[in-house]
Design a protein around this ligand. Structure first.
Ligand code: MN3
Length: 202
């Protein structure tokens, strides 16, 4: 059984950039629904013991075909949102530091060039999905995925993610995904991103 992680801050902690109502609905209803659907689907496999969510996402081929799409969508939904909550924190004017900053400079030029690239990729994602910074073969890359697909399935290591489904921003930003993406940089928890980077490189 997979369970809903506790949000590591209050629903209103990200105001005014991400509003309280969006956070409450997104965490308590959307994320809860992915977990329920995932548990329900896996409960139909007799004697199945749930592995870590990462292992599940890397072994979707072993899931019975009749429920594989449901498991893929909802396991991705659970993993992606669990990571996304840790990606944000109350606005404190943080920026990237240390070995992560050095890697960003060498891969993208500087932090603002990285942010511009992530924004472009996030805007170009047609329909629902995610934009990511991942470590792939020890290299930093910016990628996007459709729906709830997760880079973990492709053995990449996500270190930063932004949900670009409309449910992540519609109440406050309506159709203006660009404004949401620009506001997001105020609430990035760069300390989390740095820790994920260091772990991914070891
Ligand atoms: Mn979402």
């Amino acid at each position: 059984m997979y369970t809903l992680p506790v949000l590591p801050y209050a629903f209103d902690a990200l105001e005014p950039f991400i509003d309280k109502e969006t956070m409450e609905i997104h965490h308590d209803r959307h994320h809860t629904a992915y977990i329920k659907n995932l548990n329900d689907a896996l409960a139909t496999i007799e004697g199945y013991t749930t592995p870590s969510i990462e292992i599940l996402l890397q072994s979707l081929g072993s899931i019975p075909e009749s429920i594989r799409t449901k498991v893929r969508n909802n396991a991705g939904g659970h993993y992606n949102h669990s990571l996304f909550w840790t990606m944000m924190s109350a606005p404190k004017g943080q920026t990237a530091q240390g070995t992560l900053k050095d890697a960003i400079v060498s891969s993208f030029g500087d932090v603002s060039a990285l942010q511009k690239k992530i924004t472009e990729v996030g805007l170009a994602r047609f329909g629902s999905g995610w934009v990511w910074m991942v470590v792939d073969q020890k290299q930093l890359k910016v990628i996007d995925t459709p729906n709830q697909d997760s880079p973990v399935t492709e053995n990449m290591k996500p270190i930063l993610c932004i949900d670009v489904w409309e449910h992540a921003y519609y109440l406050k930003y309506q159709n203006k995904r660009a404004d949401y993406l620009s506001a997001f940089w105020n609430v990035v928890n760069w300390r989390t991103v740095e820790t994920l980077y260091e772990t991914a490189m070891t």
